[in-house]
Every structure is written in C-alpha cells, then in structure tokens.
Ligand binder design. Structure first.
Ligand code: ATP
Length: 461
C-alpha cells in the first residue's frame, strides 16, 4: 500500500430488522460485562440489587462524558463557574427545601404477595406479580438517612443528598462575593446523588446511587421563561454535538400535576431506547422557591444587588439536570451498530462496533503489532511510547498484542476505539505503519515520524 492512499472496504450496516436479534437490554449488559465497561457491584457475594461498578472501559467513558459536559457548560461559556459541594449537608437544608416533607413517591403494597410498587408507574389496578389487591398509597420519602458521629440518635440524623442543587443554593453568596458575577450566570456541579427508589431497573437507568451533572442558572425574574426554553435547546444540543441521532431525542413538557414541589415548569429530554422513551435530562424552572426559602430559614439573605434598579432581588433559577449514568446508557445504545464487513482475511463477517464520538471513546488509539514476532515487538513498543508521550492524543493509548489481528480489531471495534495502528513486517523496511479507522474501516499508510500528528488530526479532539 502506498502512503496516504486510503483503502476502504465494502460493508453494510444492518438495520434493526436485519439483525439476528433486536438490540435489547441484555445485549448491552452483556457487552458491558464482556468488555469491562460495567460490572454488578459486590458480584462475588451475589451482587447488590441495582448497584453497578464501572470497569476499566466504563470509567474512561464516564470520565470523558463528564469532561465533555464540563468543557461545553463551564469552560466553553463566559457565564458559568463550577462548584463541588459536600454530599452531607445540614439537615435544615432538606427541611427548608421541602425534601423532608415532599420528596416522596406514592408507595403501594400488594396485600397478597407483599411486593411494593410506585403507584404512579403502575398500568393497572391489581398487582402485576400475582393479581392481588393493593393497599392505599402511602407517601414514601426517597432520601437515604444516616447518622453523623458515634451516636445513632434522632438528633444526629443526616441525609445523603438526593440532588446536588441544594449545595449550589446555599453557597450562592460565597460564589457571588468571590467571583463578582452578575446575573444571568450559572453554577455547575457534577457529583453523586442518592435516592431510595421504590423500584429500580433498566440496568444503570434507575439506581439508588447515581451521578448528576447539574446547573443552577440565576436570572432576573421575568427572564426565566426565555432562559428555560434556551436551556431545553442547549441540553438537547449537547447530545447532538456528541453524535447522538437527532431523531432519537424528543422534548416532553410535564403536565402540571407531574411537577415537583419547587417547579413552575419542567421539560424532559427523552431518548428513544429500543425498549421505549426514557428521561435523560430534566430542565426545571425552580423560580425563587429555594433561594427565598433558605433566606427566610437561615436568616442570611440570598439575594443579588441589581445595579440598574439599585435593589436587592431574589433571582429566579433555571435548572438543567442530567444523569451521568443515563448519559452513559444513551451513548452506548446510540453508538451500538452491527454490520456485515470483510474480516482481516477478506471473509464477510458480522461485526459489532460502538460508533462513539472520539471525545467519548474509552481508548483513543490502539497500537497493534501484526504478531508477537520478536523482530516486530521492539518497533511496536517504540511506536506505542512515541504516541503516548507525544501529547497528540488526549486519553488512553493502548498496546494490544493478544490473539490474532482479526480478533483484536473486533475487540477494539466493540469498545469503540476510533483508530488502530498496525505495525507489520513492512514497517521494519519502510518505517511506516497503517492507521485503520473504526467506522469506515479505511486503512492508510503513514510514516512513523508523522504518526502522532496524523492521529491528532483524525481524532480532532
Ligand atoms: P423520575 O420521575 O424518573 O423518578 P425525576 O424526574 O425525579 O425522575 P430528576 O429529579 O429530574 O428526575 O433528575 C434529574 C436527572 O437525574 C434525570 O433526568 C436522570 O437523568 C437522573 N436521575 C434521576 N433519578 C435517577 C436514578 N434513580 N438513577 C439514575 N439517574 C437518575
């Protein structure tokens, strides 16, 4: 092959209908386990229900998602700053925010089999398990309780935060005085949240411990509705910019009776998963509910001095709130592709690949010596060290020499590695290697001294 000449094989992407089996949750769960994305928590003890651990690939994907969000929402804008508040907060925070009284779901129990359900998620009037009758719905508080210090006393109860937002509200004055920000401006935060959900499921879709990426955006009262619409668009656009198919996303406005206790209006961004639409981001107009309540309860005025009107005002708050784990699920499902394509030996084979955006891919580049032949290995390791240390690739560069080259391509496709570099026997003669692109399977020969630059250009990150 000559330098700089792409060779592109013929291949065919399978539609949903052409696949041997449709994409279901089991396929995603199995790929995640097989390739080291997500494992059942405490697996050797039989697992803990609906809790999951992110493996070597999953932790990179999740970190890349959070970094992409931070880059877009904080570094890429002139109206945002960040915060990282503690998970444990003064219990008065939750009393004042209304969470102790109102952060509840309606719980019903089957009188026959005693299984518990969330009443608002049930389709029928009787137990889906055994057909039994339900008890009347009770308000079930979703906050996890624990104790601070050595005494397990009512006075020592603290809660694991069910949202990161309150850490932002109670720090408003600290942020205003240290940054001299003017509204409109926002505070972003990424962190763990905990909700003792009545029913969990859908793999990492609904769990009791999860991570959130939240913004509280402070605006003048009256400007809130316009900013609300803007944030709905921006939250959706973030997914599209990272490659998610536009037609798989929709915006669903909440019915007034669905609204949380603090919200004037809420819209969800939903993704069309193969098993149905699911919420991935919620955008709420929280008005001045939280700031006003905390000002009254704490005695510290959480207001903003408006230079124009020379008055103290309580800002209104627009909150785009996204689940990190649901983002992981969305990107995995959206990227999952099956194709018929020629293998390394030219035979038509079915291949599974994750067409992840390069910014999200857990491994950016994999260096593959054609074999473990002792004359090839030193050059391949040198190429690996050169690329890793060049700074041209931000993220994981992998060296992979286990099994046949065909199997290694398959493994790299399944974890979504955008570029593979093959070091072959010709490399010893021409000091060049082959770059293979994941999606097109195009191969191009590149001189080793040009390799870091070419990889950087192709990744575009
Ligand atoms: P639902 O009505 O489905 O219980 P919610 O409307 O209470 O969810 P929000 O309070 O809007 O959810 O949470 C914001 C975001 O946090 C959601 O869009 C979702 O991405 C994520 N999220 C909420 N609850 C969970 C959970 N139990 N597991 C994983 N992610 C969650």
């Amino acid at each position: 092959m000559k330098n700089d000449e792409d060779t592109v094989p013929d291949k065919h992407t399978l539609s949903e209908a052409e696949r041997t089996e449709p994409l279901d949750l089991d396929k995603i769960v199995s790929l995640c386990k097989r390739r080291g994305f997500i494992f059942q928590s405490s697996e050797i003890y039989g697992g803990l229900a609906s809790t999951w651990d992110y493996g070597p690939m999953g932790v990179e994907l999740k970190r890349n998602i959070k970094d992409a969000w931070w880059r877009a929402m904080v570094w890429g804008r002139d109206d945002m700053v960040g915060l990282d508040a503690a998970i444990l907060m003064h219990p008065d925070v939750w009393r004042t925010s209304g969470h102790i009284d109102n952060f509840t779901d309606p719980l019903v129990e089957c009188k026959a089999c005693h299984q518990r359900f969330r009443a608002d998620q049930l389709a029928g009037e009787t137990c889906p398990n055994c057909g039994g009758e339900f008890t009347a719905p009770k308000k079930f508080n979703l906050m996890f309780k624990t104790f601070m210090g050595p005494l397990e006393d009512e006075a020592d109860v603290v809660y694991l935060r069910p949202e990161t937002a309150q850490g932002i509200f109670v720090n408003l004055n600290n942020v205003l005085t240290t940054t001299r920000r003017k509204i409109p401006f926002g505070i972003a935060q990424i962190g763990k949240a905990f909700r003792n959900e009545i029913t969990t499921g859908g793999f990492i879709f609904r769990t009791r411990e999860f991570e959130m990426m939240e913004i509280e955006y402070f605006v003048k009262p009256g400007d809130d509705e316009e900013w609300f619409q803007r944030w709905v668009q921006q939250a959706r656009q973030w997914y599209i910019d990272l490659g998610v198919k536009d037609e798989k996303l929709r915006v669903r406005a909440h019915d007034p009776k669905e609204l949380s206790h603090y919200s004037k209006a809420t819209s969800d961004i939903e993704y069309s998963f193969p098993w149905g639409w699911g919420e991935i981001v919620g955008i709420a107009n929280r008005t001045d509910f939280d700031l006003r309540a905390h000002s009254e309860s704490s005695g510290e005025s959480l207001t903003y001095f408006d230079d124009e009107t020379q008055q103290h005002i309580t800002p209104y708050v627009v909150e785009p709130s996204a689940g990190v784990d649901r983002a992981v699920m969305t990107f995995l499902v959206d990227a999952y592709t099956e194709e018929e394509a020629p293998s390394a030996s030219g035979k038509i084979e079915r291949r599974v690949l994750l067409k992840l955006h390069p910014a999200l891919a857990p491994v950016k580049v994999s260096i593959l010596p054609l074999s473990r032949n002792e004359t090839l290995v030193p050059l391949a390791r040198e190429v690996y060290d050169t690329v890793r240390r060049s700074g041209a690739v931000t993220g994981v560069v992998q060296y992979d020499d286990a099994q046949s080259i065909g199997r290694r391509y398959r493994r790299q496709d399944e974890i979504g590695t955008p570029l593979c570099v093959t070091v072959d026997f010709d490399s010893l003669e021409d000091n060049a290697v082959t770059i293979r692109e994941r999606d097109s399977m195009a191969q191009v020969r590149v001189p080793i001294p040009d390799l870091p630059r070419r990889l950087g250009e192709k990744l575009g990150t």
